[in-house]
Ligand binder design. Structure first.
Ligand SMILES: Nc1nc2c(ncn2[C@@H]2O[C@H](COP(=O)(O)OP(=O)(O)OP(=O)(O)O)[C@@H](O)[C@H]2O)c(=O)[nH]1
Ligand SMILES: [Mg+2]
Length: 231
């Protein structure tokens, strides 16, 4: 689907110890290694050049940033992890911070995990994938920087990501390029189906898994069984 963006504002910036906002609208979060393209994806989805700050200096986003979109939903830009030049003590902070958010958010509907399509996932990516699952979400993988590999190499690289992360059969993996915007509509389809009832074209997989954890936080979106992505 093509989403019309009427407004997109950075509403809340949370540091390590800040209280998480008690938002009224559904949230979707974007996690991934430093420099993988989280801010670029957010800008791409919103058709903005530089709402979310991007940089060639990794480790820029060290806070949890909440973008209010159309006063309908939030995009949550999570801190990037695994950047070697950030001090060890700084690096150790991202884990508890992200876990606290995943565990504590009442509005979180889906977690996108971004991995660079060119590279084998690292230990940090695997840990992140497992945490997301552990908190009761079915991670939706976005394979970023699609424009950086040849078209013919795409299936092989998607297989590498799938196997490297150990994704569950049928999980969604969406290739995306911030340069060409390929993958944008498919990502919006997923977001709309999980957060914008009535505006979505059809059901998508991913999101919160219905289960024991969910009984506790009822009112979450029920998702269909995941279906295989056609890429
Ligand atoms: N060619 C290409 N470059 C990209 C793409 N996405 C991001 N980049 C570049 O990769 C670099 C990092 O992108 P960001 O969006 O800032 O990455 P991030 O994940 O937000 O990084 P942190 O905030 O440090 O965690 C920038 O130089 C972007 O221009 C893409 O799809 N294609
Ligand atoms: Mg960023």
């Amino acid at each position: 689907m093509t989403m019309i963006i009427k407004s997109a504002d950075l509403e809340t910036v949370c540091g390590i110890t800040s209280r998480l906002p008690d938002n009224r609208f559904p949230e979707v979060a974007f996690a991934g290694k430093s420099n993988v393209g989280k801010s670029s994806l957010i800008n791409g989805l919103l058709n903005r050049k530089a709402l979310a700050r991007t940089s060639s200096q990794p480790g820029k986003t060290q806070t949890i940033n909440f973008y209010n979109i159309n006063r309908q939903l939030y995009f949550v830009d999570l801190p990037g992890y695994g950047f070697a030049k950030v001090s060890k003590s700084e690096q150790e902070k991202w884990g508890p911070m992200i876990e606290r958010y995943l565990h504590g958010s009442k509005q979180l509907r889906a977690v996108f995990l971004l991995v660079d399509i060119r590279h084998e996932p690292g230990q940090n990516d695997i840990t992140m994938y497992d945490w997301i699952c552990h908190q009761g979400y079915d991670p939706i993988i976005i394979a970023t920087k699609l424009d950086k590999i040849k078209r013919s190499q795409v299936p092989k690289h998607l297989k590498m990501l799938r196997e490297g992360l150990g994704v569950k059969p049928g999980s969604l993996i969406i290739p995306f390029s911030a340069m060409t915007k390929q993958g944008r509509d498919e990502i919006w389809d997923v977001i709309a189906s999980l957060c914008l009832p009535g505006e979505a074209d059809g059901a998508a997989s991913g999101g919160k898994i219905q289960g024991a954890e969910d009984a506790k936080k009822s009112g979450k979106v029920r998702t269909e069984a995941p279906r295989e992505n056609k890429m």
